[in-house]
Write a protein that binds this ligand. Structure first.
Ligand code: VG1
Ligand code: CO
Length: 545
């Protein structure tokens, strides 16, 4: 007998507005009775036409992932979905979830992740809804979800036991089919269509050594299957390759601060030729050469400039899109290729329309995010394979490829400074003070740098005309340098101030300079403009990327 649908009375929580990438909160917030249920019901209440359709569900394997998935399965059945595709053991990387939604023409998907934020009972959890194109819900959908969460009165679920998600296969739950799928299969097949696996295997067989740090997070199984099993990299190429609920106690954030195992090896004696890492949910990437770090902004530009070497992009790029704070290195490549370059607010949801409309092929963010129209999320392993494919064709090292790129296009020296966990009031005070100063800045001189423009970035989507304001304060100088200030929309405690610094340098003689050195005067100007030290009480950033 089918379990009956229960209508459970509930009252709204007032803090369920999705941020840059879904709803992210402490695990203990999510564990309050009704908290997850309210949000999931609000998602369903804001959607139309899903009866009998397919929903994709999976997460990054962090603490509480499986418990949340069991709740979602019962609610999906009670709300009338026809079928759910769920990754084995509840696992799906964010880009793989996007690939599965697209490959199976699902109505949408729920992805459980707080990405690079730590996991565990005292750490973070998150959930986001992706639409049928495989991408994060655009703002009009996330705002509708939030509105629904403010007036929710009941949620629907079933009285039914947990399902066994450890083995692929189909079962039934309250009239809905639940299919447990191999989390890697669709994704790996897609990668094989885009890249020249033969050429990459050849490179690896020639003695080119690589290391991939999965940071105890979701990309472990994907990297084992693709890098070691399919491409023949030696066992042990993938380190920290078993997903753990608390990511081994670390921040699964692929940058020079948190990916320490990898960084130590790549900057040590006898370093491999290529190193990479991905984040909690597998959508970010960090690329390293031997003793050499590739900024994510440069990585986007290099991929764009070399895209024709890769089978999936041999036909050329339609356009490039980058988030506003991302360096303008990609713009220079777009100009040379004669294709448009779009500047969007921070967050992958803003790329969806451009990709769907065929106006952009490659997208990137300075926050270690790169991707293309193959899915509608940024994609960590995809970026790794893209790099390896380029290196296999060019038969050059990572550093040589980047330096040649700088010599041709000039170097957009770049760095981001993060001040984490500052009191929310200090952060909003700092931004308000700076915002009030903007109008008077153009034409003034700051330490010998003349301000060309200063504004609060707003965006009008060229495809559907929707607008988003308040997306970051920008101060641009006459020589093309920029400083951008914004507050993070993914944190769960206090506020994080991000300061983005960029200077264009065409002079090859200065390309050996360390970014902090080359940006020293802008760093000084940023502090003066925003009164960072005075208002946050911090002498230095917590994380520099
Ligand atoms: C950060 C990054 C942003 C990225 C977002 C989600 O957002 O800056 O570029 O899209 O994280 O990435 P914020 O609002 O904290 O600056 V992930 O890998 O956390 O899904
Ligand atoms: Co992520």
């Amino acid at each position: 007998m089918s379990p009956t649908v229960k209508h459970v009375p509930t009252t709204p929580f007032d803090d369920q507005r999705p941020g840059t990438s879904g709803l992210r909160k402490k695990v203990r917030t999510f564990r309050q009775p009704g908290y997850l249920e309210n949000f999931v019901q609000s998602v369903f209440d804001s959607l139309e036409g899903f009866r009998g359709q397919t929903l994709v569900v999976g997460g990054d394997g962090r603490y509480w992932n499986l418990e949340a998935i069991q709740v979602i399965l019962r609610m999906a059945a009670a709300n009338g979905f026809g079928r759910v595709l769920v990754g084995r053991d509840g696992l799906l990387s964010t880009p793989a979830a996007s690939a599965v939604i697209r490959a199976h023409r699902a109505f949408g998907g729920l992805i459980l992740s707080a990405s690079h934020n730590p996991g565990g009972p005292d750490a973070d959890f998150g959930i986001k809804y992706n639409t049928g194109n495989g991408g994060p819900a655009p703002e009009k959908v996330t705002e509708a979800i939030y509105a629904a969460s403010r007036q929710i009165g009941e949620y629907r679920t079933l009285e039914a036991p947990d399902l066994d998600l450890s083995r692929p296969g189909a079962t039934e739950l309250g009239g809905m089919q639940v299919e447990v799928i191999d989390p890697v299969a669709d994704y790996a097949a897609l990668m094989e269509r885009l890249f020249d696996f033969g050429a990459i295997s050849g490179l690896l067989a020639s003695g080119f050594r690589i290391r991939f740090d999965a940071m105890h997070a979701i990309t472990g199984p994907y990297a084992h299957a693709i890098l070691e099993q399919r491409l023949g990299a030696p066992a042990g190429t993938v380190i920290n390759g078993t997903p753990l609920p608390d990511f081994g106690g670390g921040h699964p954030d692929p940058n020079l601060t948190y990916a320490h195992d990898l960084v130590e090896e790549m900057y040590g004696p006898d370093a491999p030729d290529f190193g990479a890492a991905s984040d909690g949910d597998g959508d970010r990437n960090m690329i390293l050469g031997r003793g050499f770090f590739v900024t994510p902004s440069d990585s986007l530009a290099v991929l764009a400039a070399n895209a024709r070497l890769v089978p999936g992009y041999a036909g050329g790029l339609k356009g490039i899109a980058r988030s506003m704070p991302t360096s303008q290195a990609a713009d220079r490549v777009a100009e040379k290729l004669g294709i448009p370059c779009f500047e969007t607010p921070t967050g992958w949801k803003f790329f969806g329309n451009l990709l769907d409309a065929g106006r952009a092929t490659l997208c990137g963010e300075e926050s270690f995010g790169t991707g293309s129209d193959h899915v509608r999320e940024k994609d960590g392993l995809w970026a790794v394979l893209f790099w390896l494919n380029i290196l296999a064709v060019r038969r050059e090292g990572v550093e040589a490829v980047v330096r040649t790129h700088w010599a041709e296009f000039g170097r957009n020296v770049y760095s981001r400074h993060d001040y984490e966990g500052i009191p929310a009031e200090a952060a909003s005070g700092l931004m308000a003070h700076l915002r009030a100063r903007l109008a008077a800045l153009p034409g003034t001189d700051l330490d010998g740098n003349r301000v060309a423009y200063a504004d609060d970035f707003g965006y009008t989507d060229p495809v559907d005309g929707s607008t988003s304001s308040g997306q970051g304060l920008r101060v641009g100088f006459e020589d093309g340098s920029r400083i951008v200030f914004r507050l993070s929309g993914t944190g769960t405690e206090g506020a994080t101030l991000r300061v983005y610094l960029e200077r264009f340098d065409p002079d090859t003689d200065r390309h050996h300079l360390d970014a902090q050195e080359a940006l020293a005067d802008l760093i000084h100007i940023a502090d003066g403009l925003a009164e960072i030290r005075a208002r946050t009480g911090r002498e230095a950033p917590d994380v520099i990327t």
